[in-house]
Design a binder for this molecule. Structure first.
Ligand SMILES: Cc1cc2nc3c(=O)[nH]c(=O)nc-3n(C[C@H](O)[C@H](O)[C@H](O)COP(=O)(O)OP(=O)(O)OC[C@H]3O[C@@H](n4cnc5c(N)ncnc54)[C@H](O)[C@@H]3O)c2cc1C
Length: 405
C-alpha cells in the first residue's frame, strides 16, 4: 500500500503495477487537488516520466521550453540549455493518478493516515480517518510506502521524524498575462536576486499565458522564527526582479498566493523501517539551492518500486530487505549530488562570488558547461561550486558576460 498520491506515490504505484504487483494508493484529498509548487519540470522529471512510458500523455498540455535562464544576485543571466516543461501541479498530479488507476491501482480518496498497523517493530499497513466515516479504517499490507510529502504528522505517526523544522518555505502565485506579453517571456527564469539573497525566486511560463511566480527561503540551521515573512519576501522580489514585476503588473492574479514547506537534502527522516519505505519529499528528496523536487520524488519512487519488486522476487516472504536496498541504492546514486547542491546553496552567502562566476559563464565557457551538466545531471554541482571549479572558471580566458535581466 502507498500513502500519498503526489508524484512520488503515483510513480511508485505505476512502477509496481507495471510489474504486476497489487497496489492500493490512499490520499487525504480527492483529486484533482492543488499543491503549492513552481510547476517546473526539470530534465530529471522528464526522464522519470519517460521511464514510466508517460512522457507524451502527461506532457501533452504542458508548456515546453529549451532553456532555463539563471540570474545571479546582480541580475547577470546565464542561459542553460536543456529540456524543460511547465505544467500546473493540479494537472500533473491528476494525470499521474489517472495513469495509476488505468494501470489497475486502487485509489482511496479522503483517507488521512493516522498511524501504522504494527506488529512488534514491523509495519503491516496503516490506520486512516476517512471523511464522512465515523470509525477509523484499517488497511493491512505486506509492504507500506509513505509518500506524504513535507507534512510532519505522518512522519511523526510512523516514528520516522528526525527533524521537525522544514528545510525551506516557498510561496507561489498564478498570473495570466496577455499573449503579447507571454510570448516575450519564454524562458524559465530562476533568480538569486540580491534583494532576497540567500533566498531564490522564479518566473515560470505555463500553458494558456499563465505564469507561476514565487519565492523560497531556506531555513537550514535556523529556527522557524528566523525565517523572514514569506509574503514580504515575495513583495520584495516583485519590486526587485523586472521580469516578475512585468508579469505581476501586466497580469491578472488567478488565486491568492499559496505557500508550503520543503524538506530537502535527504535529511530529517528515516528512509525505511521494517515493512515501510519512505519516498519523495517525506524522505527529504527535494534539492536545496534550487528547491526542485518533483523529479527526485519520482525517481525515489521508481527506486523503491525496483527494490520492492526485487525483494518480492528474490526473497519471497523476507520483504524487509527492500528498505535497506532502496536506501543504499538511492544514496549511492545521489548522495554526492545532494552534497553539491548543499554546497552551492552555502555559496549564496557570498553574492559577489556568485556574480563573478555568472559573469564568466558565457556560452561554451567552463562555468556554463558545468551549470548545464549540473541541471542535466551529467555532473555534480561540486564540479563548479568548489575551489578547483572556481580556479578553472577564473583561469579560463573568456570575455565577461554583460549583465542583463
Ligand atoms: C512553493 C513551492 C515551489 C516548488 N517548485 C518546484 C518546481 O518548480 N519544480 C520542482 O521540481 N519542485 C518544486 N517544488 C518541490 C516539489 O513541490 C516537491 O518536491 C514535490 O511535490 C514532492 O513530491 P511528493 O510526491 O514527495 O510530495 P507531494 O507532492 O507533497 O505529495 C504528497 C501527497 O501526500 C498527501 N498526504 C499528505 N499528508 C497525508 C496524510 N496525513 N494522509 C494521506 N495523505 C497525505 C498529500 O495530499 C499529497 O497528495 C516546490 C515546492 C514548493 C513548496
Amino acid at each position: 500500500m502507498i500513502i500519498g498520491a503526489g508524484p512520488a506515490g503515483s510513480a511508485t504505484a505505476i512502477a509496481l503495477r507495471q510489474a504486476g504487483v497489487d497496489v492500493t494508493l490512499a490520499d487525504r484529498h480527492d483529486f484533482p487537488r492543488d499543491k503549492a509548487c513552481g510547476d517546473a519540470l526539470m530534465p530529471d522529471t522528464l526522464r522519470a516520466l519517460e521511464c514510466l512510458g508517460l512522457g507524451d500523455r502527461v506532457l501533452e498540455p504542458a508548456l515546453q521550453a529549451e532553456s532555463m535562464r539563471v540570474h545571479a544576485p546582480d541580475g547577470t543571466a546565464v542561459d542553460v540549455p536543456g529540456n524543460f516543461a511547465c505544467l500546473p501541479r493540479r494537472k500533473l498530479d491528476q494525470s499521474l493518478l489517472e495513469a495509476a488507476r488505468d494501470a489497475g491501482v486502487r485509489f482511496l480518496p479522503r483517507h488521512r493516515v493516522r498511524g501504522p498497523i504494527q506488529s512488534g517493530d514491523h509495519v503491516g499497513g496503516a490506520r486512516f480517518s476517512v471523511a464522512g466515516v465515523a470509525s477509523p479504517q484499517c488497511v493491512g499490507a505486506r509492504l507500506t510506502v509513505l509518500a506524504t510529502g513535507a507534512a510532519v504528522e505522518p512522519l511523526q505517526a510512523f516514528q520516522l521524524l528526525l527533524r521537525r523544522t522544514p528545510s525551506a518555505l516557498a510561496l507561489r502565485a498564478y498570473y495570466r498575462v496577455p499573449h503579447s506579453i507571454a510570448r516575450t517571456h519564454r524562458h524559465l527564469k530562476l533568480s538569486y536576486d540580491a534583494a532576497i539573497c540567500p533566498g531564490y525566486g522564479w518566473s515560470f511560463p505555463g500553458p494558456d499565458n499563465v505564469f507561476n511566480i514565487g519565492v523560497g527561503i531556506f531555513s537550514q540551521g535556523a529556527g522557524r522564527s528566523a525565517i523572514p515573512n514569506l509574503r514580504g519576501v515575495w513583495d520584495t522580489f516583485i519590486r526587485s526582479f523586472p521580469p516578475a514585476r512585468e508579469i505581476v503588473s501586466r497580469g491578472r492574479p488567478l488565486a491568492p498566493p499559496r505557500g508550503a514547506p520543503l524538506r530537502c537534502n535527504l535529511e530529517g527522516a528515516q528512509l525505511h523501517r521494517p515493512g515501510l519505505l519512505v519516498v519523495g519529499e517525506a524522505a527529504g528528496t527535494t534539492f536545496p539551492f534550487s528547491g526542485e523536487g518533483i523529479g527526485k520524488a519520482m525517481e525515489s519512487g521508481l527506486g523503491a518500486a525496483q527494490a520492492i519488486i526485487k525483494a518480492l522476487r528474490d526473497d519471497g516472504s523476507r520483504t524487509d530487505t527492500a528498505g535497506t536496498r532502496y536506501e543504499a541504492d538511492f544514496r549511492a546514486l545521489h548522495a554526492a549530488r545532494y552534497r553539491g547542491y548543499r554546497r552551492a546553496q552555502s555559496w549564496l552567502a557570498w553574492p559577489a562570488m556568485c556574480n563573478l562566476i555568472a559573469r564568466r559563464a558565457g556560452p561554451g565557457s567552463f562555468a556554463s558547461q558545468r551549470l548545464e551538466d549540473m541541471i542535466q545531471e551529467r555532473g555534480d554541482p561540486g564540479d563548479l561550486f568548489s575551489i578547483p571549479g572556481l580556479c578553472r572558471t577564473f583561469l579560463e580566458s573568456r570575455p565577461p558576460v554583460t549583465p542583463r535581466r
